[in-house]
Design a protein. Structure first.
Ligand SMILES: C[S@@+](CC[C@H](N)C(=O)[O-])C[C@H]1O[C@@H](n2cnc3c(N)ncnc32)[C@H](O)[C@@H]1O
Length: 268
């Protein structure tokens, strides 16, 4: 494990951070670190709304873990707002981008083996991570172990019709996109969040997404052969080019106690 800054982290770490354990299957985003923000970004007004809503949602807490911190787009704004944030990610290049953005207290490591002492953080932010981890429940358990009060995540309110069409077309060619664990969307159906608040709204331009889909920018597509992807995206372009989708984002907050009860039921 390597630590890029030790400011707030060292007092919370459990070991010397020279070696690190990781899950069996790892979906590292090193390959897309250069294009991550461009391909997953929200329009700037929506990003502002979202980070403001996140700050409000976390008010009352001080020490925050950003699990799957990526390029640090949330960690940076939380640190600027005065939170003590540590970020962890398995992708060195993503962490490098977070560092360039000015995020401090970054750890290279796996969410399934968090190198932190019990109850080190008041809250954990975990955005677009769990679906990448086959042992997603182990990651959730680890988050519960190191977090005192809350887990906060983000979901889209509407399913993008283009993704549904992409899925259907892939299936017609005998392929499926890749998802390992349950996403935060599915988690809300397994454990009720204690809060759900509107975070932001924006219009997504299909042409941009089509361009990224054609370059297989999304982890969901990484195992789809290039020629199949090309055929599918050509069909999508005929259907969706020039369209715009309205999207809304919700912040969900779970009480750690509820997640603990889900991960380790009393009668287990
Ligand atoms: C979709 S990105 C989300 C990044 C950030 N939360 C955001 O929303 O901008 C997922 C991130 O999780 C990281 N990741 C995947 N599996 C992980 C694991 N087991 N432990 C820690 N990070 C992981 C990836 O490398 C990637 O940077």
């Amino acid at each position: 494990m390597s630590v890029f800054s030790r400011k707030a982290i060292s007092k919370r770490c459990t070991h010397t951070l020279t070696t690190w354990q990781c899950s069996e299957v790892r979906v590292s985003f090193d390959r897309v670190a250069e294009i991550y923000d461009r391909t997953r970004g929200f329009p700037s007004h929506a990003m502002r709304q979202l980070t403001q809503a996140l700050t409000v949602e976390l008010s009352g807490y001080k020490a925050i873990l950003d699990a799957g911190v990526g390029t640090g787009r949330y960690a940076r704004s939380l640190q600027e707002s005065g939170f003590e944030v540590a970020g962890i990610d398995i992708a060195r290049a993503m962490i490098g981008k977070a560092e360039e953005r000015g995020v401090s207290d970054l750890v290279l490591g796996d969410a399934c083996f968090l190198p932190f002492k019990n109850n080190s953080f008041d809250a954990t932010v975990c955005i677009h991570l769990l679906h990448l981890i086959r042992e997603w429940k182990a990651a959730l358990q680890e988050i519960c172990r190191v977090t005192r009060s809350a887990l906060v995540s983000l979901i889209y309110v509407y399913k993008n019709p283009m993704w549904d069409a992409y899925d259907r077309l892939l299936k017609a060619y005998g392929y499926e996109g890749r998802r390992f664990g349950k996403g935060e969307w599915e988690l809300k159906n397994l454990v009720s969040p204690s809060r759900s608040v509107f975070a932001a709204a924006y219009d997504a331009v299909a042409d941009e997404r089509l361009e990224y889909l054609s370059r297989r920018a999304y982890s969901y597509q990484w195992e789809i052969p290039e020629d199949i992807n090309e055929k599918v995206v050509e069909k999508l372009k005929r259907q969706f080019a020039g369209t715009v989708f309205h999207q809304e984002l919700l912040l969900l907050t779970w009480d750690i106690e509820d997640l603990q009860a889900f991960c380790e039921p009393a009668d287990a």
